[in-house]
Design a protein around this ligand. Structure first.
Ligand code: F3S
Length: 400
């Protein structure tokens, strides 16, 4: 079925707004046709993924350069996912110079398109913060899940090119998570477990995600039994359930804003304490000597950085310890004095990047983290052995 395009959208497709806008509208038009969208809708916010040169390579960089040369300009607030390095402090993190040069070329191309070149997977923590019901186009699975479930905004899981296309046109095809009928819960997950820490939420995300795998059309879980969850718990959970189950939306009564619209679906699955504890145990590789510690997947909040500073005050770390966060959050940490305490202990800020998208394969053997998502990719992408612990214990591990 062909999509109905409004005159502005048609003129973009016809090339009246330049080559890059035309290419962008072609991408969206094809996507909309594939997914059976009837129309395009305006978006107010975009998050573009595929920023690390390690993932983009020369072909990806060439695509970005062509879009910038073709006059592509962001029409709505647009931010970026993590890059392959700290854009200011890459030398201290051991990033090779040729990689740094190429990563700078990537950001330069985005900058020419008037994209805000903050590089973070938590754009909702520093101003790219859509409100309830807002239609947006975000890539980065953890942020997509957070936007849909926790903020009640509406976005599909965009790829890098489709998110950029939405930015350059201000539109996205109306299908999937943009439509009310696809946001209804499809099964109930009853949680009977105490979950005080991020890594418990990460383990729960893995448990649920794996149960949802293979169910065809992505289900929307309605999760009961969770009485409280901090923003940090939820960002950890979103990253995990999106990684292990491809989930873009869930509802938790009393916590997420759309839950009250729905009754719990009849089909029920229960997850108990033993399953959470076993999942944590199973993620861990048998006792390995840790040589790499990383917190900040998804990127750390200022509250989490404050806690690291509290735990490291007057201590010295004995291992490479990366603290990954957004540049604006790091700037708050600088002003609050947390950066000084953390750096005096010997830990390193890795703003703009993370332990998954940085080119560090082969540099370390064993990663300790509190993030179930970092465990998945640390193993799958970087061949690390994994130790998965509570946040405070991870910091402690760095000082042993
Ligand atoms: Fe963010 Fe990197 Fe984790 S992009 S969610 S810190 S893998």
């Amino acid at each position: 079925m062909k999509m109905e395009l409004e005159p502005l959208q048609q003129s973009m497709l016809d090339g009246e707004h330049g080559k890059a806008t035309q290419k962008a509208m072609q991408i969206l038009n094809t996507l909309g046709t594939i997914y059976g969208a009837e129309e395009m809708i305006p978006v107010t916010s975009v998050q573009v993924a595929g920023v690390s040169y390690a993932n983009l390579g020369e072909a990806g960089l060439q695509f970005l350069s062509e879009m910038a040369d073709g006059g592509g300009r962001a029409r709505v607030l647009t931010t970026l996912n993590p890059a392959g390095m700290d854009m200011e402090n890459w030398q201290a993190l051991g990033i090779p110079q040729d990689f740094a040069r190429n990563q700078e070329r990537v950001l330069e191309a985005f900058g020419r398109m008037q994209v805000i070149t903050t590089c973070s997977c938590t754009p909702y923590l520093f101003g790219n913060t859509p409100h309830f019901g807002e239609h947006i186009a975000w890539a980065e699975s953890s942020a997509v899940c957070y936007a849909n479930a926790v903020l009640g905004a509406r976005t599909n899981r965009e790829g890098g090119p489709s998110a950029l296309a939405a930015s350059l046109t201000g539109f996205t095809p109306a299908y999937g998570m943009h439509l009310e009928e696809n946001r209804r819960p499809t099964l109930t997950i009853e949680v009977e477990a105490e979950m005080p820490e991020n890594h418990h939420f990460g383990a729960l995300g893995k448990c649920i995600g794996e149960k949802l795998e293979g169910r065809g059309k992505r289900p929307v879980p309605y999760i009961t039994g969770i009485r409280s969850a901090s923003m940090e718990n939820l960002k950890s959970f979103c990253a995990s359930i999106a990684t292990y189950g491809g989930t873009a939306l869930f509802h938790i009564p009393g916590i997420t804003p759309e839950a009250e619209r729905y009754a719990p679906p009849d089909e029920r699955i229960t997850i108990g304490q033993a399953e959470i504890d076993t999942t944590i145990q199973n993620i861990n590789d048998p006792a390995e000597e840790v040589d790499f510690v990383s917190l900040g997947c998804p990127h750390l909040s200022i509250r989490e950085i404050a806690r690291i500073a509290e735990l490291l005050e007057g201590k010295k770390v004995t291992k490479e310890f990366w603290i990954t966060t957004a540049r604006p959050t790091k700037q708050i940490a600088d002003r609050a004095g947390y950066t000084q305490v953390i750096e005096e202990a010997g830990a390193k800020f890795a703003a703009d990047t993370c332990c998954v998208v940085a080119p560090i394969k082969g540099r370390f053997k064993t990663l300790v983290t509190d993030s179930a998502k970092a465990c998945y990719y640390g193993c799958a992408k970087n061949d690390f052995k994994i130790i998965f612990k509570a946040f405070d214990e991870v910091v402690l591990e760095a000082t042993k």
